[in-house]
Write a protein that binds this ligand. Sequence first.
Ligand code: HEC
Length: 134
Amino acid sequence: MMAILIGCGQDPAEKKPSPSPSAAAPSTPSPAPRAHPVTQETRETYQFYCAQCHGTDGHGKGINASHLTVPPRDHTKADYLETRTDEHLFTAIQQGGLAVGRAPCMPSWGHTLDDNTIHSLVSYIRELCQCEAL
Ligand code: HEC
């Protein structure tokens, strides 16, 4: 399947056309090698800053989730995330939900986390959903 970028993607030179996203063996979460791999630090960052809303396992059922008017995105569900580009996820994390037309209760992290960390979080979310960008 070719990756054709439409919708919110403005980056025509996105990574590379990845092989079949359906080849999702548990040990190889991401079909294409990523420029910003998931490290131990990525996982710790997610647990520290994201898990209270998105849950320790990314299912969107964090301890704070019931206090939000909009439920946190389930990072393990491919059906929405595979319709978003990596750039969309990056912007959502860096500038908050509002910046991508989503709910403001997704905070912005650009003042807390550097770009590399945010890129690796995008990789981590791709690992959780076992899906690739549109
Ligand atoms: C205060 C709660 C909260 C925290 C903390 C939080 N999020 Fe979110 N996040 C949300 C909510 C709520 C949404 C859903 C927004 C919507 O659907 O309109 C969301 C959505 C997202 C999305 C999807 C954007 C979209 O298009 O729907 C991504 C990606 C994301 N969060 C990543 C992160 C990452 C990475 C962190 C940690 C650095 C994090 N979030 C921390 C509440 C939170």
